[in-house]
Design a protein around this ligand. Structure first.
Ligand code: GRG
Length: 283
């Protein structure tokens, strides 16, 4: 990773972590158990890719970090909720996340479900409380709810939990990944564009960038996921296309994502570097 991007990621992760730490209810706030669970999962060292994309997208169109941070962190709270619920026994049944015991392993299933619910709710409270322009707050809430809900991430998760189809697997997996992972990454980029004051053309370009990057992110994740070999009935890009073809699809999407940044000129360079980071990431 180039030095400039590395230090940008470190700086932004620090700002995001500080904001989330300060915004979440303290662990002694009544009822303490749920707040401990919310803090446990939210402050456990994720890469913060989604909120960083929000910040980079907003900055590319002239927004400043302090205005963008609440919006960025709202996207991260939704992401954290989805991970807690995804790890539950009824879904992926995972014991570890980010190298630590999963929320339900530490706090039990009921509290983990509620911690996810509370984080999702808190994301919208954050937008309502910290985005001063009420029209912008309304637009952001609509976009984020759409991306997180049944026509977005939840819908993608439903496809993932279902039986994989015998025919038209390519269309099915594209839909599933676009919804399950792409929708939240896409909205993270679009939310930055909206909060940063993008013009119509800039918004359209960033929407395109977000869609391509979001899909590429999940394909790259499939390539990294060692479980794919053991979870034979899980529909993954490498299972459908083979690893080599999946790699070339990631390359193609990232190239297209970077091309859509053309109208931003030099201001799009950070987002281009982030797209490469997604293409090359090893964890
Ligand atoms: C439960 C409604 C609901 C949705 C779950 C996001 C999701 C949908 C499932 C997560 C399963 C998974 C591991 C998908 C692969 C792509 C992905 C979202 C990876 C985790 O995101 P990262 O790599 O994680 O950004 P960190 O830990 O860095 O935040």
């Amino acid at each position: 990773m180039n030095q400039t991007l590395e230090s940008y990621l470190a700086r932004k992760q620090k700002s995001i972590n500080r904001f989330i730490k300060g915004y979440l209810p303290g662990e002694n706030v009544f009822p303490a158990l749920i707040h401990r669970a919310m803090r446990y999962s939210s402050l456990s060292g994720g890469k913060r890719i989604r909120p960083i994309l929000t910040l980079a997208s907003g900055e590319a169109v002239g927004g400043d970090e302090s205005t963008l941070l609440p919006v960025a962190c709202a996207c991260e709270l939704v992401h954290t909720y989805s991970l807690i619920h995804d790890d539950l026994p009824a879904m992926d049944n995972d014991d570890f996340r980010r190298g630590k015991a999963t929320c339900h392993k530490v706090f039990g299933e009921a509290i983990a479900i509620l911690a996810g619910d509370a984080l999702l709710t808190l994301a919208f409270q954050l937008i309502a409380e910290r985005v001063e322009d009420s029209r912008l707050a309304q637009a952001l809430s609509r976009e984020l709810a759409g991306a997180a809900g049944s026509k977005g991430m939840v819908g993608g998760q439903v496809l993932d939990m279902g039986r994989s189809p015998k025919t038209d697997r390519k269309r099915y997996i594209r839909q599933m990944h676009s919804l399950k992972t792409g929708a939240l990454i896409g909205v993270s980029v679009r939310a930055g564009a909206l909060a940063g004051g993008a013009s119509r053309k800039q918004y359209a370009a960033l929407t395109d960038y977000g869609e391509k990057t979001g899909l590429a992110f999940q394909m790259a994740d499939d390539l990294l996921d060692e479980k794919q070999e053991t979870e034979a009935n899980k529909l993954t890009y490498p299972a459908v296309y083979g690893a080599a073809k999946t790699r070339s699809l990631v390359e193609k999407l990232i190239t297209q994502a970077k091309q859509s940044l053309g109208i931003l000129g030099k201001k799009g360079e950070r987002l281009a570097a982030l797209a490469d980071y997604i293409r090359l990431r090893r964890a």
